[in-house]
Design a protein around this ligand. Structure first.
Ligand code: SAM
Length: 261
């Protein structure tokens, strides 16, 4: 029984790749299979081949499934302690050596992370020049990022004065100001297969690799290291410790911040 599910899963992975550009072989099979089967059950699709057909025929179903697979939960200033370290230690360190700073939020979801970077720069380093790139594989979250309208629960970790200063609130939600929007450019990108720009001073890639296989993570962290300038810093999620740093050419500067040597 488990062999036949496994075979069928592999066929599904092959069938889904050309349409989506998402190669699920880079993602942990157990977790992905569980997520796919739960979606199929809740939407009344009994088998992988039938489900693939339905995905090809129904764009609304496809978008809902892609969203379910990519898990784009985010928040402004997620993990407040790390943002304090960023403000008090990491950005001052980077600004000693270079301006303008070139920053990248990789796997940026609906923009909460790159906009948090922009607000931090605007609030605490107002004289510094910088650019911020936000990328994600999911074009729907990038559309939301560009729109910049957020719900109250996006602000659970946000100091209230930031909400007051950089957003206009109404019954529709909290609209980010154009002054912040202008600091960030968004682009679709698959971290596993697309080429990266180079010369970054800072890359945030947080809560993105949770479902990647060990090989995919290794490949990705190598690509990030190649994209950083010497002295540049990689910021990871609060469960994502990097091992084998010498081999990657990174050294820890603080918890979850790694510097290219
Ligand atoms: C949980 S969110 C993290 C958002 C933000 N970095 C944070 O920590 O709050 C993960 C994001 O990674 C994106 N993602 C997953 N696989 C990806 C891939 N191969 N390439 C680019 N983005 C990917 C998802 O679409 C999702 O928006």
């Amino acid at each position: 029984m488990s062999t036949s599910i496994s075979n069928t899963y592999e066929d599904f992975v092959k069938g889904f790749h050309p349409k989506s550009g998402l190669d699920l072989k880079f993602y942990k099979q157990n977790q992905m299979q569980r997520r796919i089967l739960s979606f199929m059950n809740s939407h009344g699709h009994p088998t992988y081949p039938e489900f693939l057909k339905a995905l090809n025929a129904d764009p609304v179903l496809y978008d809902a499934f892609f969203k379910h697979l990519t898990i784009n939960v985010s928040q402004f200033f997620r993990d407040a302690t790390q943002w304090k370290t960023l403000r008090e230690t990491i950005f001052p360190l980077l600004l000693q050596n270079k301006t303008p700073l070139k920053l990248w939020s990789a796997g940026c979801s609906s923009g909460q992370e790159p906009y948090s970077l922009a607000m931090t720069m605007m609030e605490y380093f107002s004289m510094a020049k910088f650019s911020i790139l936000g990328t994600d594989i999911d074009v729907n979250v990038l559309r939301q990022a560009k729109e910049g309208l957020y719900k109250q629960n996006d602000f659970a970790s946000t100091p209230p004065e930031f909400l007051q200063k950089y957003f206009t609130s109404s019954d529709k939600g909290h609209q980010i100001h154009d002054s912040v929007k202008r600091q960030v450019s968004f682009q679709p990108q698959n971290l596993l297969t697309d080429r990266f720009q180079t010369g970054f001073d800072f890359i945030a890639c947080r809560n993105v690799v949770i479902y990647f296989t060990e090989e995919a993570k290794e490949m990705l962290y190598k690509k990030f290291t190649d994209s950083l300038r010497p002295g540049g810093i990689l910021f990871t999620g609060s469960t994502e410790h990097l091992f084998g740093l010498n081999h990657l050419g990174l050294k820890p500067v603080s918890s979850f911040f790694y510097q290219k040597q």
